[in-house]
Design a binder for this molecule. Structure first.
Ligand SMILES: [Zn+2]
Length: 337
């Protein structure tokens, strides 16, 4: 890193609005959305959470597909709890979000999203919360692996018979799964081996009287469809157990992953550009750039390459924007001095 780059980085951190060199262009990116979808209905209240870990695409894509599903219950879906990490395709861009539910510093870039998540859970007060993950490996073959499993924090907690429900899900789901799921009990409160789970979402939920389970596909399944399939087969058993009608069978039998090309609207010095493919733009002396709009699917967003993804505003000389649908880069926009 040369001295100028260092100045750019440190000054931009401390003084995000400081203009310190006339040759630099300025860009403003949109705030990453925290989207939730409430399917209002009667009966059981179900809360489904995906994407706490950003590199678990089966989990957040399955949660995302539920938004379109017809589910006869009161359902709240939060498919992309940790959108920054999804776009970076890493477990936790700002550290493991699933260790931040007990305590999170106000200075943590995840603070806003973790607090929104907690608020949504406490406001909605679900009868059942399911947190979706894609774990590593196959728990049926390796007892240290979390892939292909249903995870409970205790066999029983307060009035919740977690073991009984988890066994029902496991035994019935396995009739349809080529890669069977196992039951994992982390003994979060009674044991010594998984104390860190107290900081995790499900441990936090239980302490707040909310019944919560994790379901895990495996990162090592051959395809994204296999991961989504595992999630749906387990969810279908939860729906059966809670007597919820839905059209999930239709989705299980017709798994479809859309390929949407996003359209990005940039405003550069008051001129509007609509972009939907690799594009190079030659910037004039000092340019003010704003990403005004991103049309596409729910995972469509723009990230700056080589720049801290928590930043929304900064100065640059040359910049590559990656236009993404979740983990996939669809095309790039090159902004050149
Ligand atoms: Zn995970």
């Amino acid at each position: 890193m040369n001295r100028r780059d260092f100045l750019l980085t440190s000054s931009a951190l401390l003084f995000p609005n400081l203009v310190f060199a006339k040759s630099n262009h300025h860009i403003i990116l949109p705030t990453k959305p925290f989207e939730y979808f409430h399917k209002k209905g009667n009966g059981k209240r179900i809360l489904i959470i995906g994407g706490i870990h950003g590199n678990e695409m089966g989990a957040y894509k399955a949660a995302d597909l539920l938004v379109e599903m017809d589910i006869k219950a009161d359902v709240l879906i939060i498919p992309r709890s940790n959108f920054t990490s999804i776009l970076a395709n890493v477990r936790g861009y700002n550290g493991d979000m699933n260790r931040k539910f007990d305590y999170i510093s106000k200075n943590d870039p995840d603070y806003y999203y973790v607090e929104l998540l907690k608020e949504a859970i406490l406001d909605f007060k679900p009868d059942l919360l399911i947190s979706m993950h894609d774990g590593y490996g196959f728990s049926s073959r390796n007892h240290h692996a979390w892939g292909q499993s249903i995870v409970i924090d205790e066999n029983k907690y307060k009035n919740f018979d977690l073991l009984k429900e988890a066994l029902y899900i496991k035994n019935n789901a396995n009739k349809y799964l080529k890669w069977p799921v196992s039951l994992i009990n982390t003994k979060t409160f009674s044991g010594n081996t998984h104390k860190e789970q107290k900081k995790a979402l499900t441990g936090w939920c239980l302490k707040h009287n909310i019944k919560a389970f994790c379901i895990e596909a495996s990162k090592q399944l051959p395809s994204l469809k296999d991961k989504i399939y595992t999630h749906f087969v387990m969810l279908r058993e939860f729906f059966r157990l809670y007597d919820i009608k839905s059209d999930i069978d239709h989705y299980i039998n017709n798994l479809n992953i859309k390929n949407v090309i996003p359209e990005v609207t940039l405003k550069i010095n008051n001129k509007i550009y609509k972009i939907n493919k690799n594009t190079e733009i030659k910037l004039s002396d000092i340019s003010d750039i704003k990403v005004v709009d991103i049309q596409g699917d729910r995972g469509s967003f723009v990230i700056p390459r080589g720049v801290n993804l928590n930043w929304r505003k900064f100065y640059f000389k040359n910049l590559t924007l990656e236009v993404k649908n979740d983990f996939e880069t669809k095309y790039k926009i090159f902004l050149r001095s």
